[in-house]
Design a protein around this ligand. Structure first.
Ligand SMILES: [Zn+2]
Length: 363
């Protein structure tokens, strides 16, 4: 049996225990190394002059020799104007990377003594970086594609009718009914309102041979859609999959025209009878991606806001794509990526009431 990736030896060599023993100075050193590297000379974020800038030790800031701009290790990055200590930020990043079902902002308050809002904000900023830096170059080889309905989960009505009990039983046995509500079986106005929050995540997973000889996906591209229709989905597939690839999906109606309209070889498996047909056609990589995301939605987040859904999808694509990488490599590469990005669009000014005001969706 293939070992779960979280049990790799790499994952025991860099731990929260070690991280918790770092002093603030050592945590700052990690930030400095990830942003400016080991060299004494680095570029001023304001004017770009590569110099050995004057260091003001008491403020942990540099004074640019060229333009006199003063900057810190987080100036102009996602953690610009940070209030949290460096060691707490590292803790949040570690929790984000190691949480198999997503970083849970409900747990961070008791871990490091911050409010839920601060935890949500900082985890959200990391998610946004991952969303913005997702590798969008077209996938090739065998690509598994599927859609998942998420957000706007219906609730049972307070009054149980005779006909309702069939539905309730169905809900327990057939999970899909609670995930994709039928308008006929959920006529309650509150549930119809909830349906307006319904979004669809489209996932495209590229199949590859893992180091341990197993097959798995090594790259995933995700999109958030408002409707599951061919008009929205086909153009996205066209720009995300090379023409020479082979696409595998379930027999969903939106995928029917992939071969005639896009000219990409397409096989479909009929999920009402089987998960893989006799020729090995399946879309299990996309399905397992969704299964992880669904477990996180119910088990970790207790619901995902549609406004940030694109960020959550990107988080799970990141986890999926980097699963064979050790925690240490993931930790430092993600921190370097964060410190190379500009302040967050979605969460800058969040505490002052500013909100994104739009969704990253296709419709
Ligand atoms: Zn400068």
């Amino acid at each position: 049996m293939v070992m779960h990736y979280s049990r790799n030896k790499d994952n025991r060599e860099f731990t929260l225990y070690q991280l918790a023993q770092l002093t603030e100075e050592e945590a700052w050193e990690i930030f400095k190394r990830c942003r400016f590297g080991d060299k004494e000379r680095f570029a001023c974020p304001e004017c770009g002059a590569i110099e050995k800038h004057w260091y003001i030790k008491t403020r942990r800031q540099w004074h640019c020799k060229h333009c006199s701009h003063r900057f810190s290790v987080t100036s102009g990055t996602v953690f610009h104007n940070r209030k949290l200590s460096f060691s707490k930020l590292l803790w949040i990043l570690f929790a984000f990377i190691t949480g198999l079902q997503g970083a849970n902002a409900n747990e961070l308050p008791s871990d490091i003594g911050i409010t839920y809002k601060t935890a949500f904000l900082n985890v959200g900023k990391i998610r946004e970086v991952i969303f913005e830096t997702m590798d969008m170059t077209p996938l090739s080889g065998i690509v598994h594609i599927d859609c998942m309905h998420i957000c706007g989960k219906p609730r049972r009505s307070n009054n149980r009718k005779a006909s309702d009990s069939v539905l309730v039983n169905n809900k327990l046995r057939i999970r899909k009914d609670s995930i994709v509500p039928d308008k006929k079986t959920h006529p309650e106005p509150s549930n119809l309102k909830k349906l307006k929050n319904r979004r669809i995540v489209l996932a495209l997973s590229q199949l590859a041979l893992n180091n341990d000889g197993s097959y798995g996906s090594n790259r995933t591209i995700t999109y958030v859609l408002r409707k599951e229709t061919a008009e929205i989905i086909l153009p996205l597939i066209k720009k995300s999959v090379t023409k020479e690839s082979i696409i595998m999906t379930d027999s969903g109606g939106a995928f029917n025209k992939i071969e005639p309209l896009l000219g990409i070889k397409h096989f479909a498996v009929n999920h009402s009878t089987q998960y893989q047909d006799e020729f090995g056609v399946n879309n299990n990589q996309a399905e397992s991606f969704f299964s992880r995301m669904r477990r996180a939605e119910f088990g970790s987040f207790n619901g995902i806001g549609r406004v940030y859904l694109a960020f959550y999808a990107a988080e799970f694509a990141f986890k999926n794509d980097n699963k064979t990488l050790g925690i240490k490599d993931k930790f430092y590469s993600l921190l370097s990526k964060i410190l190379g990005r500009e302040p967050s669009k979605a969460f800058c000014g969040y505490n002052q009431g500013k909100r994104l005001g739009f969704e990253y969706t296709y419709d």
